[in-house]
Design a binder for this molecule. Structure first.
Ligand SMILES: [Zn+2]
Ligand SMILES: [Zn+2]
Length: 161
């Protein structure tokens, strides 16, 4: 079986959302899936910033520009967690250009976002840049819609929130 770079065996809960030890259901509800690797079209691993951490784990680094300012934005690696570090004060609704922080290659567009303002850009989850293992995120700052293309429908359910 192909090993997905979404590590399904490492299910994390953010520290502030600790479930009480006797509530199993709550624990299930609060499972968070962590992206441990993501790649640009040139194969650079975007999980590369080990200084700006989320619950002790590295996030996904992107080079982001709104046409006036540009810089590194680090996304939380946990799905459902919309926190960001780095240059993270773009105006909500800004249309962004998203590139690899290492080679500055623009990340490929996938399709229109369902917010109807943005376009989804692609992060590959495997170093072989397999089209069936990608995460797509909206390029509008503040739009948290995303899609995941992976064999595991379970993951889609988490991503579509
Ligand atoms: Zn790159
Ligand atoms: Zn959108």
């Amino acid at each position: 079986m192909v090993k997905s770079k979404i590590d399904r065996d490492r299910l994390h809960r953010p520290t502030e959302a600790k479930a009480s030890p006797d509530s199993q259901i709550r624990e299930v509800d609060e499972v968070v899936i962590q992206v441990t690797q993501a790649f640009c079209p040139n194969g650079h691993n975007l999980v590369c910033n080990f200084k700006l951490l989320f619950d002790g784990e590295p996030g996904i680094s992107l080079w982001v520009s709104d046409g006036e300012r540009e810089g590194e934005v680090v996304l939380s690696p946990f799905h459902g967690d919309h926190s960001r570090q780095g240059l993270s004060d773009f105006d909500p609704g800004s249309k962004l250009t998203i590139s690899c922080p290492i080679c500055r290659h623009q990340l490929p567009r996938l399709s229109k976002c369902s917010c109807e303002r943005g376009e989804l850009f692609t992060l590959y989850l495997t170093p072989t840049l397999d089209d069936s293992h990608v995460v797509a995120l909206c390029d509008i700052w503040g739009c948290h819609r995303s899609k995941v293309f992976d064999q595991a429908q379970l993951l889609s359910a988490y991503m579509d929130q």
